[in-house]
Design a protein around this ligand. Structure first.
Ligand SMILES: [Zn+2]
Ligand SMILES: [Zn+2]
Ligand SMILES: [Zn+2]
Length: 158
């Protein structure tokens, strides 16, 4: 079975020696366990016994994707990856809200304006994507307003 669109979420790391998840053979401290029948002491390649998984003793091999342990590991990994997305999006937003005009007025205004807003929301990077985007949109509009008024002042002076 091939993974399609969500291939960017890596498959769980399963130790080929002890059949447990989360480490590789090179760092394994367990014993050689058959991936097919979950008995210790032989490899699965020549095993013809009934399928049984190491983790939940289900009627499937230890590398089966029907195994709850596999699904659980996959879920953990995808949650980890999804949590990183708001960080990246936020970075993008912060970048885009920085005025392109290298104007000292703007940077001073930005500093005094955005700093207290960030202090009020210390957990902003931890909450899921919906909240920070609302917060940053707010930040953009008020920053833009400020920047615009400052720019108009600058333009009228020139
Ligand atoms: Zn192992
Ligand atoms: Zn076996
Ligand atoms: Zn299982």
């Amino acid at each position: 079975m091939r993974l399609s669109v969500r291939a960017y979420i890596p498959n769980p790391l399963r130790c080929i020696q002890c059949q447990h998840f989360g480490h590789s053979k090179t760092s394994c401290r367990g014993t050689l366990t058959c991936a097919r029948c979950a008995e210790v002491g032989h490899e699965s390649t020549e095993c013809t016994r009934t399928e049984k998984c190491v983790n939940y003793k289900g009627e499937h091999t230890s590398f089966s994707r029907n195994c709850f342990a596999w699904k659980q590991e996959k879920e953990i990994i995808s949650t980890k990856i999804k949590k990183q997305i708001p960080y990246q999006e936020e970075r993008k937003l912060v970048k885009s809200q920085t005025p392109t005009h290298g104007n000292s007025y703007v940077s001073v205004a930005k500093k005094s304006f955005s700093a207290p807003t960030i202090e009020k929301n210390p957990d902003v990077s931890a909450v899921p994507s919906s909240k920070p985007s609302a917060f940053t949109t707010k930040g953009i509009s008020s920053n833009n307003q400020l920047a615009n008024s400052i720019l108009s002042i600058c333009c009228s002076r020139q």
